[in-house]
Design a binder for this molecule. Sequence first.
Ligand code: ATP
Ligand code: MG
Length: 498
Amino acid sequence: MFYGDGEEVKWSFEELGVLSRKAANVLSGACSLQCGDRVLLLLPRIPEWWLLNVACMRTGTVLIPGTQQLTAKDILYRLQKSKAKGIITDDSVASTVESVEADCQSLKFKLLVSESQREGWLSFKDLLKNAPSDHQCATTKSEHPMAIYFTSGTTGAPKMTEHSHCSYGIGLTVSGRYWLNLTSSDIYWNTSDTGWAKAAWSIFSAWSQGACVFVHKMPQFSPPAVFESLSRYPITVFCSAPTAYRMLVQHRCTFNSLRHCASAGEPINPEVMAEWKAWTGLDIHEAYGQTETVLVCGNFKGMEIKAGSMGKPSPGYDVKIIDENGNILPPGKEGEIAIKVKPTRPLFLFTCYTDDPEKTKATVRGDFYATGDRGLMDEDGYFWFVGRADDVINSAGYRIGPFEVESALIEHPAVVESAVVSSPDPTRGEVVKAFVVLTPSYISHDPEKMMKELQDHVKKATAPYKYPRKMEFVRELPKTISGKIRRNELRQKEWRRY
Ligand code: ATP
Ligand code: MG
């Protein structure tokens, strides 16, 4: 663990065992949590987050992680929706919690992870120091709830996604071995914010393989801070989001121990993969998954990588492309990416959207769990992402996935990143519109000429009918807290203007 200000902490597995038993005693003692109670955990990337994850499993507490960047409204939404019995956080969020707690009837305790004391809060550090180090684990069953993750909220209000004790326990073990290629000699750094389901990879995937987890207390993703850690510590396996790789390839530096890189959460542009390889000599192993699932597809160890493809189905999942009636489509045909759940639902899939049976039911189509993402499978069994079902553009009868157009745009040196959405058009129904962030050296160029140049570039780089007929240059793109592009926000604005 690196705090970013020079301070470091190292824990062995044995120390983690002792400390997590003590932490479990804090939860079931001073916090009075019973097996099955829910608790919201909002902590930065500090070791206590990992400790409390293990302590919750020991006590059968259902953990609900959230990011530190949540506003008062977001925290209120999560506390009310989840009926959490307690909240665990640090000084930076404490006053925000206090501003909404009067509206949260189910909240029974507040636990502060801090060196200092605060009125109305239990002190985790004090309680931990005095807690006994022996603890009897709760006798949870594999199907009992272990955690509730809120989705990223890319398309609407975040959904509470419930996973059982066996779901991530088994599913992420598989990806730890085959996707991240972790062993007991590795040091693994996953830059995910602790508020997202992806952070669970730095518990289950790493520790099931005996790998060491590296943690950097980075308040926000910052390329110089990432470079410092990658060159200062013997990190061997690195996992980050496409947004982060897009930022990293803009600044170059050298790494000593890195041997395996992975990306998930959004599609990664082939151009970024090529630049990364030219610079580091390493491939980026892309994978695709959802909060509701574990890895659905991935570029696993030893597989030939086809740039732009999400790879092949994860072991244990039967993944198909289906039509609107749940029929399986042949290779090359675009449809919805789906996982077979009948007659047997995989052990590692979400149990339900908490307290929302209707929404849960709506995800099942025929024998499948339908992801809501469009894609296709090629003759070799590789899966290709087209777009979220709502993001696909239908222009004069042509179906266009935004990602392909964005990937063509980013190949041009003027483009840092872009978001492609549908925009209304009187004759074609809808046309492709690109919102483009330019690199600093191109910002002062004549916008008309720049647009023409980028349109010509896209016509050459991909099938010409996909080129953006409309273009707007922007300073930044709307994103979720986790850094995902919110195309639906841009799309709604376009259609509202109409
Ligand atoms: P919400 O469901 O609240 O709108 P979200 O779907 O973004 O938010 P997550 O569960 O964090 O929440 O993200 C899963 C989604 O991210 C997938 O359904 C897919 O659209 C996208 N995604 C993840 N990995 C990839 C990838 N490698 N390529 C393309 N898309 C990806
Ligand atoms: Mg989703």
